[in-house]
Design a binder for this molecule. Structure first.
Ligand code: MN
Length: 318
């Protein structure tokens, strides 16, 4: 049995897309909303299985990874999130790079000799690695218009991954993956007038319009914290809104809080674009925090932890 386990955001979907375009392989797909990163535990591996894991932290899936390896499955693992100690095992083929300017799709693209590099560039835009994506696009001689389109596509696919459950999303990540699989080049997708690109574009713009009136909870010279109401559109726009704010004020760190149904918040943090570090260090001071140096989140922040959050976040970047 083959398993493809991948994050439901642009980077995870496009990492798998490249592998499947290069070598179509039937597999059981395991994915979810972007925040749903403990995916490997859903695999019940047996000897001889092949498991590919893309764009989810090895540290957060360590136990399940060891179980897969001990069951005798072969595991291919590509990622750029916190890995912890990488197990030494003959069945593990790990490609982990924590560089803040790389992403899983770029790692996979290198392994495929850049066969679907336009897709990898799209994913890098989606993970908000604009400078890196521009640089790769320039190497291929793309026009400014083509770059802008790929950037928009990356943002829209990434945006589609945000929600507290798959029901919040416009497209279930596995479904979106299947739709994209028809296009070896993202430029072909964008040329098609009725394509998913345009469906995602109008959905994104409608949610972004609503976000313009969000409450600012806390702000100083170094950080800004905003809060969105409890609604599906808020849960969808929260992460990409963070990127948008980061692009507008590149010296500031940003946190977007979204009210939970019951109480407390989901938190999405972006380090300053000009100082892409520390987001993981801030969030791991809270029980349900996780992520990378440039972008991280807290799944559950209670009302009573709010003041401590302002303090930790503000102090870190001041
Ligand atoms: Mn990623």
């Amino acid at each position: 049995m083959n398993y493809d386990v991948f994050n439901g955001d642009a980077d995870g979907i496009i990492a798998l897309l490249q592998l499947q375009l290069a070598n179509p392989t039937e597999s059981k797909k395991i994915t979810g909303v972007k925040r749903d990163i403990q995916l490997l535990q859903q695999v019940e591996a047996t000897a001889g299985d092949v498991v590919r894991v893309l764009d989810i932290s090895m540290e957060k899936n360590k136990e399940a990874l060891i179980q897969c390896l001990e069951a005798g499955a072969k595991v291919f693992y590509a990622d750029h999130h916190r890995a912890g100690d990488i197990p030494e095992h003959a069945n593990l083929d790990a490609h982990i790079d924590l560089d803040a300017n790389t992403c899983t799709s770029l790692i996979v693209s290198d392994l495929l000799n850049h066969q679907f590099h336009l897709w990898a560039i799209t994913a890098a835009y989606g993970d908000n690695m604009i400078a890196k994506a521009d640089q790769e696009a320039d190497k291929l001689g793309l026009t400014e218009e083509q770059k802008a389109k790929l950037r928009a596509l990356g943002i829209y696919i990434n945006y589609n991954g945000y929600g507290s459950s798959v029901e919040d999303l416009h497209f279930a990540p596995e479904k979106l993956f299947e739709l994209l699989l028809n296009y070896p080049s993202p430029l072909t997708l964008i040329e098609e007038v009725d394509s998913v690109f345009y469906q995602l574009e109008s959905a994104y713009q409608s949610d972004m319009d609503k976000a313009q009136s969000a409450d600012v909870l806390f702000e100083n010279d170094a950080v800004k914290v905003i809060c969105l109401e409890n609604a599906a559109w808020s849960r969808r726009i929260s992460g990409v809104l963070g990127n948008e704010l980061a692009n507008q004020s590149p010296d500031k760190a940003h946190a977007v809080l979204t009210h939970h149904k019951e109480s407390g918040y989901t938190v999405s943090i972006r380090a300053p674009l000009n100082n892409k570090q520390g987001a993981d260090k801030v969030v791991t001071q809270f029980a349900t925090g996780g992520g990378r140096a440039a972008a991280a989140g807290i799944n559950q922040l209670s009302e009573s932890e709010l003041t401590r959050f302002y303090q930790v976040f503000g102090d870190y970047y001041s």
